[in-house]
Design a protein around this ligand. Sequence first.
Ligand code: FA5
Length: 358
Amino acid sequence: MQDKLNNLKQEALGKLSDVKDRQALRDLEIKYLGRKGGLTKILRGLADLSAEDKKSIGRMANEIKLELQNKFKEAGNIIEKSAGKGAFMDVTLPGKKIDRGHIHPITIVQNELEDLFVSMGFMILDGPELESDYYNFESLNFPEYHPARDTQDTFYIEIPNSNPPAGPPVGGLADKSQNLESRLVMRTHTSPVQIRAMRKYGAPLRCVAPGRVFRCEAIDACHEHTFDQMEGLMIDKDISLSNLIAVMKELLKGIFSRDMEVRVRPGYFPFVEPAVELDIKCTICKGKGCPSCKNSGWLELLPAGMVHPNVLRYGGIDPKEYSGFAFGLGLTRLAMMKYGIDDIRLFNSGDLKFLKQF
Ligand code: FA5
């Protein structure tokens, strides 16, 4: 048995000196030291030996096992080192691609519209998303009791001792600004920027105000709780519905670069009189009816009208001298129609498969 062990050791060491790679080393280690390897087979014979031989042969077998394990380890280190030395780097291979961010589809449409309106002499304005009840409703001719408030439900937040607005309305309207300025809402539309702009810049005035708005909504393919609008306002002497229609046409031509089928119907908003609703034929179903247009074939896109005299007064502008039009474009829906997106929920989904298409 001693001879067998010595032979196994010599054979293993001889083969080890020829090994050049990791796989061959692993195979050799299994062949001699593995559970079914040569050394284990020899050790099975220990059972037939006397107690004394068992002791001495057992010790010898352990020493050989330890020696071989060390030699395999050394050989492994040498192989790893030489693999590192000879490693080849191909500097002509393309590098790791770094993912670049890109512009969100709503921002693309917003940027296009901003360029268009700037070319027509409009300013681009911004307003707070957390807005006062006063600017969001009261000064837009929605008094506290007005049922039209129900169409734009949102969250109310009470903040005592906050700042009052810039100044009282002109023309004898009750000034409730102190009370209503301290009651805040997540703005339900971009229309409050109308009053802010009038008070800051006076008349004449041309501005658009894009931004995010919030509503307590039942969500579906064409309704979100958080979506984007773009407010438009033009105030000057002798502004009429014809000016409004001309600007609406420019807007649609600029975005779609083709004639779009639209319909105009009477609308109602307390802050414009008269009010119109411009709907666009659904580009998803081509007017046949689908979930994106609530099966009507048309999508409400652009409500508008002539600014109500009370709103001009709240803005500090004399309605006897000036008139104006305003519109509130549904920017998110416009992006749906422009790109043929059939579900509004995709915009805020954070789904990269969707976003990477733009
Ligand atoms: C308003 O918000 C008015 N402030 C618009 C306005 C401004 C009228 C100036 C007159 C003068 P309305 O609630 O209809 O109106 O919303 C305007 C547009 O926003 C709609 O035509 C629609 O395109 C879009 N919109 C409304 N609710 C949602 C919603 N839940 N999800 C996505 N888009 C919506």
